[in-house]
Design a binder for this molecule. Structure first.
Ligand code: CO
Length: 499
């Protein structure tokens, strides 16, 4: 049978078309966050809606179904013919994606989109005016729709599992709950001990944008990025989107009163960027050229941002560059002072401003609230009160306003219940990877101090990136670190560093 005639190739031809449509959607979304003239916002929504419709139509068409069914039996999951292991895995992923798409009727998807697009401006207004009651009726609808979504998608034990599965295909409430409880106990006790120690002052001064731009380019170059295949732009919230392995878009945000915010955003988004750049391009258009899960993706960004970027070795490496770029503000700053300042631990009301010790407590709080909302044991109107109680218990602070409390994140307004745990999984896994990296490269800190990062990017590429979605999250974690995901390495890392 000629290669172009076999069932896989026929299906690939179709899914390649879908991947291209999805990449156009990602590009339009990138543009929306970076360069789109304000007045074109409405037109951009129309364009995105059109693309979403086209993608859905293509995926749910009879001819796509036929092409898929010739490769793998949609009913039974039996692969039709002899294929190498990577194509067998691709077949299973194709089927899973298809079944997921078919489980949500078009009418439901439309209703969900409509509800969240109305909720977003309401959330924005509620946040601006610090008035939770403006957002509450929208959130009630979103919670109901998410429950409905869980029912449509199906689950074995807990409705939240169905939502979690959209981000972390391997995880359930049953595995997550004991992990998060262990973490909560360890982090609150660690935090109590850190609070006994003197708090270093924050970095202050004036840090011109031009010099910060130079710093960003320098960091990305050191991480191994080329301007031939990637870009860095500005947006109000930093993000990274892989349009294609040869087209990586990252953004940062410049604060002239502190260069650290952009420095660490660049390291973070760069970590995502390397992952997407190194995905197996030869499988583009198949599910194999995707990131494994949001948590694995986040482990890449957190490894670069916090574990490497906030290490003493990295401070030694970047200190002379910082002094050269910002001579007025930093001429008297020693390397050790820099290290202390970038590792300040102070509970914040705001998740995205949190340090590596308190960050996961913010996530655990959100996970607990989401789970209860989906179970029906917590009603939307009680969120502000429960939020503040938990903030007080876990972090020892009570948010001054709802906008600095339960209104701070956009995720719920977007319908993204189930997303938050991925952030903490990223932290846990980053620390677990780091334990392995330290064994593989006992002189890792000497390399980092000299600005030599290729050992790390090559290792990550070979161990994780280049396999794409060939393995599941738990398979990769076991293969690379020799054990399942746990909290031990993360707690050890934080304790050794901060106590
Ligand atoms: Co990230």
């Amino acid at each position: 049978m000629a290669r172009s005639q076999d069932p896989f190739s026929k299906l690939h031809k179709r899914s390649l078309r879908i991947a291209k449509l999805q990449s156009i959607r990602a590009l339009l979304e990138w543009d929306l966050e970076t360069y789109l003239p304000k007045a074109a916002g409405g037109f951009r929504s129309d364009q995105l809606e059109l693309l979403a419709e086209e993608i859905h139509k293509e995926l749910t068409s009879n001819s796509y179904k036929k092409a898929l069914n010739n490769f793998i039996d949609i009913e039974t999951g039996k692969i039709q013919g002899d294929y190498p292991p990577h194509l067998q895995k691709a077949a299973k992923e194709y089927r899973k994606n298809y079944l997921q798409e078919m489980k949500l009727p078009t009418s439901f998807v439309k209703k969900f989109t409509k509800t969240t697009s109305t909720a977003l401006p309401a959330w924005d207004q509620a946040k601006k005016t610090n008035n939770f009651s403006l957002f509450a009726p929208h959130l009630e609808k979103i919670v109901l729709l998410c429950k409905k979504k869980a029912d449509l998608l199906g689950y074995k034990e807990h409705p939240y599992d169905a939502l979690l599965d959209l981000y972390e295909p391997d995880l359930t409430v049953k595995t997550l709950t004991p992990l998060f409880n262990e973490l909560k106990t360890a982090l609150t006790s660690l935090l109590a001990q850190i609070k006994q120690k003197p708090l270093p002052s924050p970095l202050t001064g004036h840090f011109p944008k031009e010099a910060q731009d130079k710093l960003s380019s320098y960091i990305l170059e050191k991480m191994g990025f080329s301007k031939e295949t990637s870009r860095l732009d500005l947006s109000s919230h930093p993000f990274c989107t892989g349009i294609h392995p040869l087209d990586i878009r990252m953004t940062t945000r410049i604060d002239p009163s502190c260069p650290l915010s952009s420095l660490y955003s660049v390291l973070h988004e760069g970590g995502h960027g390397l992952y997407h750049q190194n995905l197996p391009i030869e499988h583009y258009g198949t599910p194999l050229c995707d990131a494994i899960s949001y948590g694995i993706d986040e482990s890449q960004s957190r490894l670069w941002e916090t574990i490497i970027g906030k290490s003493r070795a990295f401070c030694h490496f970047i200190h002379p560059t910082l002094q050269q770029l910002f001579p007025e503000a930093l001429s008297h700053l020693s390397t050790e002072e820099l290290y202390k300042k970038v590792n300040r631990v102070i509970p914040s009301e705001i998740r995205v401003e949190s340090d590596e010790v308190t960050y996961s407590l913010h996530i655990i709080l959100r996970f607990e609230i989401e789970k209860e909302l989906i179970e029906g044991t917590l009603s939307v109107k009680d969120i502000p009160e429960v939020w503040n109680e938990k903030m007080q218990t876990y972090l020892g602070i009570t948010p001054s306003y709802a906008s600095k409390g339960c209104l701070q994140d956009v995720h719920w307004a977007m319908g993204g219940i189930g997303y938050f745990p991925s952030y903490t999984l990223g932290n846990l896994l980053a620390a677990q990877l780091f334990s392995t990296i330290k064994k593989a490269f006992p002189d890792w800190d000497k390399k980092v101090q000299q600005g030599e990062f290729s050992f790390l990017s090559t290792w990550l590429k070979e161990k994780i990136h280049c396999h794409g979605k060939l393995y599941t999250a738990s398979e990769v974690i076991q293969q690379v670190t020799g054990k399942p995901l746990g909290v031990k390495d993360y707690i050890t890392y934080l304790t050794e560093k901060h106590l």
